[in-house]
Design a protein around this ligand. Structure first.
Ligand code: GDP
Length: 365
């Protein structure tokens, strides 16, 4: 642990003797917490700052809750934690299902922990509304990493819109940083929309690829390849090795077609085998190199500032939208309005221009 909070502990991950660390993979935990008396905002914030996993989990559960009261409490905790956040390196990891994300995170996380770093793994799962958190919900994933005291794994919150999940993940990053985690890994499936959200909350974006197949075959959008700081062809082992090298050459060529990044970083294509643990250390070296370069030329801090602004606007939009649709006048007016739009008697862009009573009511309020 490189930094300690308020100097009152050696390790941000220190779990007090006698307290049982929570199992963050336990899907029943959220339900259970609702029934139990929960510590107050001050106790939760102090617990997070001490690196107490049980209290960190409870604070995250508040972030994920839909209840207005919980949301208020969560915002207060975030406010208390914000001054202590920002000290980690945030890494986004993406790739199609089956590319080896969890195997990679397991190997990568264990390597970091061997170097005395602590690791939090979070996820944004765009399919979680349907599958209730398919990325990290499966308990068999990352079992070894999950059992290490310096690791904390939190599945994607389920049942929220993808925008809501992304904001909650960003808020969870703040709490994990306040709890002293050195490295935050944010995992997502390489299908498009969620990558943009992840990209807007991390310092480094890692795309895992399969040997052989071009990106059309891997279902990866060009925009996702363009966002990546490092492309790693995973499963570069055994019979795959030749095809992995071909893919590496193909992606190196493809990268030349993209405009250079403003921060001066030239994305690289590396080979790795998450299963054999090969090429993992080299990826970490590249991430540190990227950090060094961007810190030196000021783009590391500038990107974080840009991201903070982006999330402020996203939050304003999200809240305005919720206020609008929850407004009783708007709610009762909507069916009539929808009908008019469907029938074609009203254009959808005219809805607000008409300045009808409910909209005026909403604006005045
Ligand atoms: P995810 O869906 O992206 O999280 O992928 P998983 O980590 O679950 O891996 C999917 C499958 O690929 C599993 O059967 C892994 O054992 C296998 N796999 C992952 N990494 C490697 C690797 O480096 N080499 C080989 N040969 N197989 C791997």
């Amino acid at each position: 642990m490189k930094h300690s909070k308020k100097g009152h502990r050696e390790s941000a991950l220190h779990v007090k003797e006698g307290t049982t660390p929570s199992n963050p993979l336990n899907p029943e935990l959220g339900k259970h917490l609702h029934r139990q008396a929960r510590p107050g905002v001050v106790a939760l914030s102090e617990g997070v700052l001490r690196g107490d996993r049980v209290l960190l989990s409870q604070a995250i559960t508040l972030i994920e809750s839909r209840h207005a009261r919980h949301q208020e409490q969560a915002q207060e905790i975030i406010e208390r934690c914000l001054p202590h956040s920002g000290n980690s390196i945030r890494i986004g990891i993406t790739g199609v299902p089956g590319v080896g994300k969890s195997t990679f995170i397991e190997a990568f996380g264990k390597m970091l922990i061997q170097q005395s770093l602590s690791v939090a793994v979070l996820a944004i799962d765009p399919s979680s509304q349907l599958t209730k958190g398919s990325i990290l919900g499966d308990k068999t994933r990352m079992v070894e990493l999950a059992s290490l005291p310096a690791a904390f794994i939190r599945p994607s919150p389920s049942g929220h819109s993808s925008g809501g999940v992304a904001r909650k993940t960003r808020e969870t990053i703040i709490l994990c940083e306040a709890a002293g985690f050195d490295v935050i890994l944010v995992e997502t499936v390489g299908v498009g929309q969620a990558e943009i959200a992840v990209h807007s909350m991390v310092d480094f974006f890692l795309l895992l690829l399969l040997p052989g197949a071009g990106d059309e075959l891997q279902g990866i959008k060009r925009g996702v390849v363009e966002m990546a700081d490092l492309l790693a062809v995973n499963k570069s082992d055994g019979e795959n090795l030749l095809r992995a090298k071909q893919a590496q050459a193909e992606y190196r060529n493809a990268l030349h077609l993209f405009p250079p990044k403003e921060n001066g970083w030239a994305p690289v294509v590396q080979l790795c085998s998450a299963m054999a643990g090969e090429g993992i250390a080299q990826i970490w070296e590249k991430i540190l190199e990227h950090k060094g370069l961007t810190e030196q030329n000021g783009s590391f801090a500038a990107k974080r500032q840009h991201q903070a602004r982006y999330w402020m606007h996203e939050t304003v939009l999200e809240q305005l939208k919720a206020l609008f649709y929850d407004h009783p006048g708007i709610k009762s007016w909507l069916p009539e309005l929808e009908e008019a739009v469907v029938k074609g008697t009203l254009g959808s862009r005219l809805v607000l221009k008409k300045r009808s009573e409910p909209v005026r009511d909403f604006i005045v309020q």
